[in-house]
Ligand binder design. Structure first.
Ligand code: PMP
Length: 390
């Protein structure tokens, strides 16, 4: 029996980018301690108060099928938060609750693209993007951003490929680079989308992790709400990665179709998870800032540690839980650097090449371990890079 081409070619025939991560996990399973700076997951767990609310909801009986579009309360809460944060009038009819941002990315591409359509995305990119696009039988096309621009995309680079495309996927604050797109960047992107009639899929799962400047949702730019599908999630903002709760925000007509799509794919998100998400969102912006605070602190630690040397370049990033480091002065590829660092010093980072061509010669460091260990790991990493450069 043959599987569909879609399944067989989901990762494009290459590695899915997780090799070093898998190798590190194997070493740990075999008893070797490894400092893991790989995965985008907080070093704290979901807050006890949120879990208590989840427990209360489940014991209270919210364990049956939940409403497929999401509960009215959660859709209202997400809509209100979006209106407050962006100024775009949003009601629950603009919101579909999904099992995490990943599922929202898939649904948004299913809404935007027919089989065979070209879907644009920006390199470097979060590792699931091309597979998500192939998952809806569209054709992923990466557009490179540049290290010398601190990975702010250039509208002219996108324009060159926009005519034949159906959608453009962006992500700010960005994983893996930490770049927060400026207003100018977003205005340029919006113009390309309008000139070429593209859907804009805006992955904003890191919207609470901004260390400098401000997060601007492109749906708030003139005439963009009607062609923008925003992907959001509880994972990063509320340390609820395992709860699998996210959303798509878009025009009412699109959401109506996506509700039908959800009926035939996910059939909704558990009610007790949605209730706990309402509780978590009701804690307000101060709670979100508390969840984000460790990354902001560690970014400052990294700026301090790396300021004393010239071998590693710290890409000047403004958000998200990652650092993008330029290690080209070592003469190594990101892949070789990450593998050697893991083998020799038991520190695991992600090679830039896991995220596309534009981040070759770079590594991504997740700021997801405690401050003292993080600082120690950076010293180890720097000493290793300096020795290799020499
Ligand atoms: N988008 C980006 C850029 C991510 O980094 C992640 C998770 N690492 C997701 C989407 C998906 O997150 P989730 O499904 O947990 O909401």
């Amino acid at each position: 029996m043959n599987l569909s081409q879609r399944m067989q070619t989901l990762t494009g025939g290459g590695s899915d980018g997780w090799d070093v991560f898998i190798k590190a996990r194997k070493m740990i399973a075999e008893g070797t301690p490894v400092t893991e700076l790989t995965i985008g997951e907080h070093d704290i767990r979901t807050a006890a108060l949120i879990l208590q609310d989840m427990h209360k909801s489940a014991l209270g009986g919210h364990t049956g099928y939940a409403m497929v579009p999401g509960t009215d309360t959660l859709r209202d809460t997400v809509a209100k938060r979006t209106s407050e944060r962006t100024g775009v009038p949003t009601t629950h009819d603009n919101v579909l609750i999904t099992p995490g941002g990943q599922s929202a990315l898939f649904a948004a591409h299913a809404a935007a693209c027919d089989p065979g359509d070209t879907a644009l995305y920006l390199d470097p990119y979060y590792a699931t993007y091309p597979g998500t696009i192939r998952g809806v039988s569209a054709i992923p096309h990466a557009i490179q951003t540049r290290a010398e621009d601190a990975f702010q995309p250039r509208a002219s680079d996108i324009t060159a490929h926009a005519q034949t495309a159906k959608s453009l996927l962006i992500n700010s604050p960005n994983n893996p680079t930490g770049t927060v797109y400026s207003r100018d960047t977003l205005v340029g992107i919006a113009k390309v989308c309008m000139d070429n009639d593209l859907w804009l899929i805006s992955d904003e799962v890191y919207d609470t992790q901004v260390w400098e400047g401000e997060h601007i949702s492109p749906q708030s730019l003139p005439d963009m709400a009607e062609r923008t599908l925003v992907v959001g999630s509880m994972s990063k903002s509320h340390a609820m990665t395992g709860s699998r709760c996210g959303w798509v925000i878009g025009p009412e007509k699109v959401i109506a179709h996506l509700i039908t799509f959800a009926t035939h794919t996910t059939y909704g998100v558990p009610g007790f998870i949605q209730d706990a998400s309402v509780f978590a969102l009701d804690q307000g912006p101060n709670f979100e800032a508390e969840i984000a605070a460790p990354f902001k602190r560690r970014r400052a630690i990294a700026q301090r540690v790396l300021s004393g040397q010239n071998t590693i370049g710290l890409i000047p990033t403004q958000g998200a839980m990652y650092l993008m480091l330029d290690i080209r002065a070592t003469g190594m590829t990101g892949d070789d650097f990450a593998n050697a660092l893991l083998d020799e010093h038991h520190v695991a980072v992600m090679p830039g090449e896991s995220f596309g061509q534009a981040a070759a010669g770079h590594i991504r460091v997740a700021m997801t371990i405690d401050d003292a260990d993080f600082e120690q790991a950076l010293h180890t990493l720097t000493a290793f890079a300096e020795a290799r450069a020499a």
